[in-house]
Design a protein around this ligand. Structure first.
Ligand SMILES: *Cc1c(COP(=O)(O)O)cnc(C)c1O
Length: 398
């Protein structure tokens, strides 16, 4: 009997972790990538600024994203900066972003000395809410910078209609989901400019790197000018390009695999009302149609009252003790920056909730088998069953 009890005891209370070896590392080993690394070694591209691998990657991205112009750069953050510069964003301008977003996006706008205008996020998935846009767009608005986050997405068809009516260009940050399908188009291809990242933890990775793409000639010329200052200010190397090429081949396949596992998690976690996976659209919207988000992170809305009031940080610690890479999400900008530093629309109620209650699951596990995925669900279940004990243990330690 005590055996049974122990098996069900969460690791944070001394039980056996679901994954004693911890979360899977990233990137996975891949013979195909080794082959491309070898190629770049033997043809001496590894020591080159620019050449055939960069050119091939540009062509592949151009085809994949259906974009005429592709620029490779040193990171997704650099690509967003180039995009803002390509739109001539400067001192007198306003840029609209969601109050819950990647910190680099906020800092890029600051860096260009423009005013950041924060809008709230949707209650379904804590991605940008489009309702405030018509009210916040004004004569100073120079751009809308929008990200698809944590397996949620922003309905771009709707956003582009609003933006085009007002004549405001959109930068679409698809760093978290290259290859995702949004309302019938690839993520990043709806915006006037699209951006992806090849950062070390991302689903497509070269350790560092990124790309920007657009069909607009004028934007292309301006970003090229910026990029070619001096000895290329924001480059991607041949060696980096060489490892991204084989990953593009597998992108769609890996994508479907992650989506299948996420489907399973979503179905299973419906019964744990305290950990709700991000939803896209409500039940009667058709946003999910022709859409398949990507999963760099899978986002959840955490409700502590369903776990005897244990704090989000303790819940994450309990999951990490099980060997699962679950962490707190981003900080919302209005919660960490002085209100003199931005303009905001409304009370940003949902973004405040996101700041407090967002939890994200890191992607590598999503390429594993259903057996592994079941263990995640099992871990949540164990923690919920013992949440009172965890609460007491952590209260005592305070
Ligand atoms: C990772 C990320 C970026 C850019 O990341 P880099 O590490 O600079 O390549 C941009 N936006 C979002 C939403 C991201 O998650």
């Amino acid at each position: 009997m005590s055996q049974n009890f122990n098996e069900n005891l969460p690791a944070i209370l001394g039980g056996i972790p679901e994954f004693p070896e911890g979360p899977p590392g990233w990137p996975f080993q891949d013979d195909n990538i080794q082959k491309w690394l070898n190629k770049a070694y033997y043809d001496r591209s590894w020591g080159k600024y620019h050449g055939k691998y960069c050119n091939e990657l540009i062509n592949l991205i151009s085809e994949y994203q259906e974009s005429k112009h592709v620029m490779l750069c040193s990171s997704g953050t650099a690509a967003v900066e180039l995009a803002l510069r390509g739109l001539k964003v400067g001192k007198e301008d306003e840029v609209i972003i969601a109050a819950y977003d990647f910190d680099g996006n906020y800092r890029n706008i600051k860096h260009l000395e423009a005013t950041t205008v924060l809008v709230d996020v949707s209650p379904n998935n804590w991605n940008m809410d489009l309702d405030p846009l018509n009210e916040v767009i004004c004569s100073r608005t120079k751009a809308i910078l929008v990200s698809h986050l944590h397996g949620g997405f922003v309905p771009m068809k709707v956003l582009m209609k609003i933006a085009q009516e007002k004549g405001i260009p959109v930068i679409e940050d698809a760093c978290q989901m290259p290859g995702a399908q949004i309302q019938g188009k690839k993520a990043g291809s709806w915006g006037d400019i699209g951006v992806i990242s090849f950062g070390g933890s991302k689903t497509l990775t070269a350790g560092r790197g990124g790309a920007l793409f657009t069909n607009n000639e004028e934007i292309t010329q301006r970003t090229r000018l910026t990029q070619n200052r001096g000895n290329e200010a924001y480059p991607l190397s041949e060696l980096q390009a060489a490892v991204v090429i084989p990953q593009l081949e597998n992108l769609d396949k890996n994508h479907s695999r992650r989506a299948k596992n996420v489907q399973f998690i979503k179905k299973e976690l419906e019964t744990f009302s305290g950990l709700i996976p991000f939803k896209n659209g409500d039940n009667n919207s058709n946003h999910e149609k022709h859409s398949q988000p990507g999963y760099y992170k899978l986002g959840f809305q955490y409700n502590p009252s369903q776990f005897s009031g244990i704090e989000r940080s303790v819940f994450c610690q309990a999951m990490q003790s099980e060997g699962i890479a679950m962490h707190e999400g981003f900080r919302s900008f209005h919660c960490i920056h002085s209100s003199r530093r931005f303009k905001k629309h409304g009370e940003l109620t949902q973004a405040t909730l996101a700041d407090q209650n967002c939890i994200i699951l890191h992607h590598p596990i999503l390429l594993k088998s259903e057996t592994e995925i079941r263990k995640i669900v099992q871990a949540v279940s164990k923690i919920q069953q013992h949440s009172k004990q965890i609460y007491d243990a952590y209260k005592k330690s305070l």
